[in-house]
Design a protein around this ligand. Structure first.
Ligand code: AMP
Ligand code: ZN
Length: 468
């Protein structure tokens, strides 16, 4: 058994992992708000959860993974005011909210499939769970946690003394007071909407009847209602981007602990850091967006983006730029070429020889999903001349169950060449020597490169090179 420890945002510590029900893990991941295309930053949060799931599966846990689709209630600001993102998108494009949600849900699923994210066991939509949300709201109402003001029914955060716990908020100080703007009539700035009333004279595309009046649920309510339906009222792991901790997840905890009468509601909170884009935060609402389709249009394999993702620990910020993406694409191709050649090797591997590498790989992931360290083991195996080829083959294909890089489909690519100024210049010198029939010099250059492990291939387009 691999020792497994995860960093828990709730306790600010790396903690040994043990599930509530032995052998089974319930994971809830905050999914997309489907009013626009998902960007590669959003994809990072999906990939982080997928790495977690794949690792737990490889450790023989049974995993129930729930990812929601937010198709109502997510307002333009965290302040419980402003327009619903879905309504705004519908008004701009002239389609219904449902048409928009369907389109972006489909492209979100395509992106996930292209980067080999495993299908979630449940993928519930908020609009399919309005009754469950109302029910949770009613429990909170019965417990005296809600109050009514002109624009909706609000959760009274003063009734929940642990409100600041998850995100370690300083509610009395600046951070707490300023993180949410005031809505007229709210008792505390942190109070949040459970149900918002449809404004008189404004026809919304999405509104429902409720015990409080016609309207629509607050955004946070869906995650508490749907997670409890599919994972129970106390479950193992909740994931999402770090930006969600201070408001969305803090409010999910408040509703759930008060509504279900549990503490802690979720045992482990795992938050991924952001993918930033040229120093800027990438955000759908500011239009500063790069999608997986953009990368594919530029000639990248979607799985090269998964390889890129694996270069950073999920709790480190990762910067996206074309140089880093190119380096990842090259590294990925090199790995594919190596595995493709190994797949042609016949014969059995030796489990005893493989064991130490497998243990290192698992230990890296067991240590709070340290993907860069796991990738170092991958390359150690790929390049290890002391290991038999059959062992390298078995190890790399085995690792791929967690990495999801499609290595078992790797085909030998004959066209993988590299470029580096020094070596390119040596090849030019060699070409010049050959053209003046100075074969001694040409051969010497080839031999020197061979000694560095570089293979020169002469073809119709001149000489190219690659590492052996
Ligand atoms: P959204 O569809 O914007 O509600 O976001 C879906 C998920 O993506 C949430 O877990 C966010 O925290 C996460 N997320 C948003 N932007 C980024 C980013 N640039 N890097 C990593 N995760 C992000
Ligand atoms: Zn959520």
């Amino acid at each position: 058994m691999t020792a497994i420890a995860f960093y828990n945002t709730r306790t600010r510590k790396k903690e040994p992992f043990s599930p509530i029900q032995p052998g089974h893990v319930g994971i809830y991941t905050c999914g997309p708000t489907v009013y626009g295309p998902s960007h590669i930053g959003n994809l990072r949060s999906q990939l982080s959860a997928d790495l977690l799931k794949r690792f737990l599966l490889s450790e023989n846990f049974e995993v129930s993974h729930v990812i929601n689709i937010t198709d109502v209630g997510h307002l333009v600001s965290d302040a419980d005011e402003g327009e619903d993102k879905m309504e705004l998108a519908a008004r701009r494009s002239g389609e219904t909210a449902e048409e928009i949600a369907d389109r972006y849900t489909a492209s979100w699923k395509e992106d996930r499939a292209a980067v080999n994210c495993l299908l979630p066991e449940q993928n519930p939509k908020a609009t399919d769970h309005i009754q469950e949300q109302i029910q949770l709201g009613q429990s909170l109402d019965a417990g005296g946690f809600l109050y009514r003001i002109e624009d909706g029914v609000y959760f009274d955060t003063a009734r929940f003394p642990r409100y600041a716990e998850l995100a370690h908020l300083d509610l009395a100080g600046q951070e707490g007071a300023q993180r949410i703007a005031q809505v007229e009539g709210k008792r505390q700035p942190a109070d949040f909407a459970i149900w918002k009333f449809a404004q008189e004279g404004v026809t919304r595309l999405q509104e429902w009847d409720s015990p409080w009046g016609r309207g629509f649920p607050g955004w946070h309510l869906e995650c508490s209602a749907m997670s409890s339906k599919y994972l129970g009222e106390h479950f193992d792991i909740h994931t999402g981007g770090i930006d969600l901790a201070t408001v969305h997840h803090t409010n999910e905890v408040a509703q759930s602990e008060c509504g279900f009468g549990v503490h802690p509601w979720v045992n482990y909170w795992m938050h991924n850091e952001f993918l930033d884009f040229g120093g800027e935060k990438m955000s759908k609402s500011t239009g500063n967006v790069k999608t997986l389709s953009d990368l594919v249009e530029q000639g990248y394999d979607p799985l090269a983006f998964r390889y890129f993702f694996l270069q950073a620990h999920y709790r480190q910020q990762q910067s996206f730029n074309i140089e880093a993406m190119d380096a990842a694409a090259q590294g990925y191709k090199r790995l594919l070429t190596t595995v493709a050649a190994l797949r042609k090797v016949s014969g059995e591997g030796d489990l005893e020889q493989q064991a130490p590498f497998e243990a290192r790989f698992k230990a890296a992931l067991g240590d709070d999903l340290n993907a860069p360290q796991a990738m170092a083991v991958v390359w150690d195996v790929a390049r290890n001349a002391k290991l038999k080829e059959a062992d390298r083959r078995d190890l790399l294909l085995g690792f791929d169950g967690v990495l999801g890089l499609g290595l078992s489909q790797a085909e030998v690519e004959t066209e993988v060449f590299e470029s580096e100024p020094r070596i390119d210049a040596l090849l030019v010198q060699r070409e010049e020597a050959r053209s003046t029939k100075d074969f001694a010099t040409a051969d010497r250059i080839r031999d020197e490169l061979a000694a560095e492990g570089i293979e020169v291939i002469d073809g119709a387009e001149g000489a190219r090179w690659r590492r052996k």
